[in-house]
Design a protein around this ligand. Sequence first.
Ligand code: ADP
Ligand code: ADP
Ligand code: ZN
Length: 217
Amino acid sequence: MRILIMGPPGAGKGTQAARIASFCEIPHISTGDIFRTEIKESSELGKKIKSYLDTGKLVPDEVTVMVIKKRLQQPDCSRGFLLDGFPRTIPQAEALDGILIGLSKNRLDLVINISVDAQVLLERLTGRRVCRNCGDTYHILYQPPQKDEICDRCGGDLYQRSDDTAETVSNRLDVYQRQTAPLLEYYQKRDIVQEVNGELSIDQVFKEIEKVIRSID
Ligand code: ADP
Ligand code: ADP
Ligand code: ZN
């Protein structure tokens, strides 16, 4: 199964993607996670892209496409994959089509679009906390860890992403509307988009997604 999970920043893509990946036994590929790892490691790529993430701007398409092309060539993608946060622009979607052809893989089977009201997104993003060690995601109100500031899964410290401040969030929501939302139409033309109400609880959203996945399996 080749799935793309879409939605504005804070819609719950990463949270749901972790569950979908384990349910479908496919790798969860998040360009945001890949970029943050590169920045943490201060690699050449990390240095080049840091300012984009800090300000909520999109990393240039050439760089992003190169990263995803390399990732999709890995052997764990042979049975399918779940993309989260890529593509984010029409040129990236076109490049993805080309990459899949080049790797003799079929097109995407399903696009799950999670919708959430803008005010709720702001609250979700500013309350988000992430484990420094394993990347697990929490929310101070909606998905709090058992012990304050400590990851339930690995005991690592939780931190607030530098782009989850009110100012950068409003920039990211704007970038989403202008550059990413038009992608929906690109996939709607192929008739593979399924809408999911992201304002339900985390468990309820996953139940809806599970239904959608079973229906196309
Ligand atoms: P995205 O990857 O789309 O930016 P995340 O999965 O990181 O979104 O979720 C953003 C924040 O909202 C996190 O703090 C997460 O714990 C919380 N969250 C995710 N889904 C829900 C939900 N259905 N209800 C309430 N909070 C949620
Ligand atoms: P969120 O889950 O909150 O939407 P991500 O972790 O997906 O955020 O992305 C964080 C940042 O990484 C983005 O604001 C952008 O700077 C960069 N980024 C991630 N994916 C892409 C992409 N496909 N194209 C360009 N930039 C990206
Ligand atoms: Zn952890």
